[in-house]
Design a protein around this ligand. Structure first.
Ligand code: ADP
Ligand code: MG
Length: 680
């Protein structure tokens, strides 16, 4: 038995579109009409019945059928949520914010009222909020202040097929706390709304992997929404395309000149490729003959300003072809209307934990996608009518792709999760997980947590560790802030960490103007390295920001090749970090003034596991692990030799580079016995 299928083919008239209150203006009416056109609409009643009947439901349906935007509204409108909230989790920040925006409009209200969102460093919700789109990381964070998620009556785990680390941890926790919540409500009897607060779980996914989720939840019911997929004709390239950005551009213009109207969606691995393709498409579009249709390029990626991301949903002006450049966010999380052509580079960026290199580290690698991704990508061309998909790889390459990806828990660092779970009184090794992580990865995380002082020798959580976990940061960065309490330089440390936590880089690289860039950068350069250089920029920007107008701030940033968006975002992050400081008793106003030694000491405390010593031959050898690292060419220390360094992260291209590097006195390591012995 594969459960029931709901959808437009077997549905009956349902009544689930539209808030029932005041009359709607034409735009709002149009939105309600659109809702009724979605494949999921006619099955809504039956769907709700099933969710009512079952504690856990697994809902499977093609991308664009209306799962993410409609199901929470149906549940709310049916009264199933009681007077509590419905959480809808997303692996990606952009998906959470953009979906909340759409659903708020569908509920005919402002964002943050009935429909809100919560992502790291950004939340729009109020006491009226009933539907909350949030990242899987944010709801895991909420567990720390509300271990039974008592504010929620339904948790919808969306995009479950992506199997991110946080989604896996969430699913494990939901299983556990549902037993507690629903179990106790049965024992106490029904009818008392204060005592019985049962929890509903809905797992949603776009791919055909429902069985595993169903099994995990004691054979939970699987429901299917029938989509409306039109045929998509797939073309493979005859040979591999190593320069996929260039190849994507040529393919785009071929479509643009040869094919009938319809928008084009191009899948690229990341921001850099998107920006470079945007530039070249814009440039070539100018050279098109007068009578050809216009091209409107719409980039879509996580670090982009939310307003710009919203642009992809607007219909283009007449006689214009929209060209959307997206990361795998457009694979299943976000459906963009109007797409008839897909260009698939076959690449994505994925977090990868290199366990056997340099003591183990996370890095983002561009890699081949899986078969399942390739099929999803092609499917995006067939949502509104038949479409075409151009794969910039050969059919053989497709055939040799892995079927689907490995869950993230098997391929990323666990430091942050282990700390967080320990605050919940849980042990990762004992948690009932869908897939258990590698013991090597766990050991390396425990070692790091011990070195930064979050765990003691017996691997027990320390008070400092609990404080670290309160910050929405990697433990290494949180440790620096916690350490700043003692050193009286919290203001400076927070300034630096805020910039490091922003979603894009501070320093812009303009390859054509290399000399001008390094000239401008020299002004901020601090002899100790990248962290205090960042601090110099923040200070200079603050001085400008307090006296000058918006326009001149912008000019100042442009003149110095600085990304103003990063600085603005950092300012918001700083606000959030200050609030956390207040909660854990760190006075964020303390400042060390011009004597910046303590700032480096604090960063050193946090990054002590990320340190290396200069060797006689000029290379740097890690203090933990035995690998050699190079200072990244973009670092202010790249052409200097200092006795010891700490760094934010390692990146792996053709060799291992340390990025975000500061010089640190070797004496600093004296108190870390294990490390200083290695240094000798
Ligand atoms: P699923 O979760 O099944 O993939 P969704 O609920 O995300 O489906 O999408 C349903 C519809 O909502 C799609 O047609 C999509 O284009 C539309 N939609 C989603 N977000 C927005 C938005 N921000 N603006 C306009 N339309 C949107
Ligand atoms: Mg969805």
């Amino acid at each position: 038995d594969h459960g029931n299928t709901f959808g437009h083919t077997n549905g009956r008239e349902a009544n689930h579109a539209g808030p029932s209150s005041a009359p709607l203006n034409p735009a709002a009416q149009a939105i309600q009409e659109q809702r009724k056109q979605l494949p999921i609409y006619l099955g809504a009643d039956a769907l709700i019945e099933e969710i009512k009947k079952n504690d856990v439901t697994v809902l499977l349906g093609e991308t664009g059928s209306g799962k993410t935007t409609q199901v929470p509204q149906y549940l709310l409108e049916s009264g199933l949520a009681g007077n509590r909230m419905i959480a809808v989790t997303q692996p990606r920040k952009v998906a959470a914010t953009s979906l909340a925006q759409r659903v708020a409009a569908e509920q005919n209200g402002p964002l943050g009222k009935v429909v809100g969102y919560a992502v790291r460093f950004d939340e729009k919700s109020s006491p009226h909020t009933r539907i909350k789109y949030m990242t899987d990381g944010m709801i895991m964070r909420e567990l720390m202040s509300d271990p039974s998620l008592s504010r929620y009556s339904v948790v919808i785990v969306d995009e479950a097929h992506e199997r991110t680390l946080r989604t896996d941890l969430l699913i494990a926790n939901l299983k556990k706390l549902q037993k507690e919540r629903n179990g106790s409500s049965n024992a106490k009897g029904k009818g008392n709304s204060n005592n019985s607060k049962p929890l509903k779980i809905v797992i949603m996914s776009a791919t055909l992997d429902a069985e595993k989720f169903s099994k995990f939840f004691d054979n939970a019911k699987i429901l299917y929404v029938k989509g409306r997929q039109h045929p998509v004709k797939i073309f493979h390239s005859a040979e591999g395309q190593p320069d996929y950005v260039d190849s994507a551009m040529r393919t785009f213009f071929q479509i643009h000149t040869d094919q009938p109207p319809g928008d084009v969606l191009i899948f690229l691995p990341g921001q850099e490729d998107i920006e470079s393709l945007e530039k070249s498409i814009d440039m070539f579009a100018k050279r098109l003959p007068q009578d050809s249709p216009e091209v409107l390029v719409c980039p879509m990626f996580a670090a982009q300003a939310p307003g710009k991301n919203a642009k992809v949903f607007l219909s283009p002006p007449p006689n214009t072809r929209k060209c959307i450049l997206a990361t795998n966010i457009a694979e299943t999380s976000i459906t963009i209307p109007g797409v008839k052509y897909v260009i698939d580079t076959g690449k994505c960026k994925e977090k990868q934990y290199l366990a056997r290199m340099a003591g183990g580290f996370d890095t983002l690698l561009t890699r081949d996608i899986t078969k399942s991704s390739a099929m999803q990508r092609a499917g995006r061309a067939g949502r509104e009518g038949s479409g075409l998909c151009f794969r910039l790889y050969t059919e053989d390459a497709f055939n040799s792709m892995a079927l689907s990806g490995e869950p993230e828990i098997l391929r990323c660092s666990l430091t942050s999760s282990i700390l967080q779970l320990r605050c919940l009184g849980q042990d990762l090794m004992e948690l009932d997980l869908m897939d258990a992580p590698d013991t090597d990865t766990i050991c390396s995380a425990l070692k790091t947590l011990f070195i930064i002082g979050a765990f003691d020798k017996q691997s027990q959580l320390t008070p400092a560790g609990r404080h670290m976990a309160s910050f929405p940061l990697e433990p290494q960065h949180a440790c620096a802030i916690v350490a700043s309490k003692e050193h009286g330089c919290s203001s400076e440390v927070i300034d630096v960490i805020s910039v490091l936590s922003a979603s894009s880089k501070l320093f812009l690289d303009v390859t054509e103007k290399r000399d001008a860039v390094s000239e401008a950068r020299r002004k901020f350069r601090h002899p100790s390295g990248d962290h205090l250089t960042i601090l110099n920029v923040v200070r200079a920007y603050q001085a400008i920001a307090s006296s000058e107008k918006k326009k001149s701030r912008k000019d100042w940033c442009r003149k110095h090749f600085l990304n103003e968006r990063t600085l603005i975002e950092a300012r918001e992050i700083r606000e959030q970090l200050r609030q956390t400081c207040t909660r854990v008793g760190v006075d964020y106003t303390t400042s060390c003034g011009e004597n910046e030694g303590p700032v480096i000491a604090c960063l050193g405390h946090g990054l002590v596991a990320n340190s290396a010593f200069l060797q006689p031959d000029g290379s740097y050898k890690q203090t933990m692990g035995s690998s050699f690292v190079k200072i990244h060419p973009g670092s202010t220390l790249s052409d200097k030799k200092v006795p010891a360094i700490v760094y934010d992260e390692l990146v792996y291209t053709n060799q291992i580079y340390a990025r975000g590097v500061s010089s640190i006195p070797k004496s600093f390591f004296a108190k870390h016995h294990a490390l200083s012995q290695r240094a000798a």
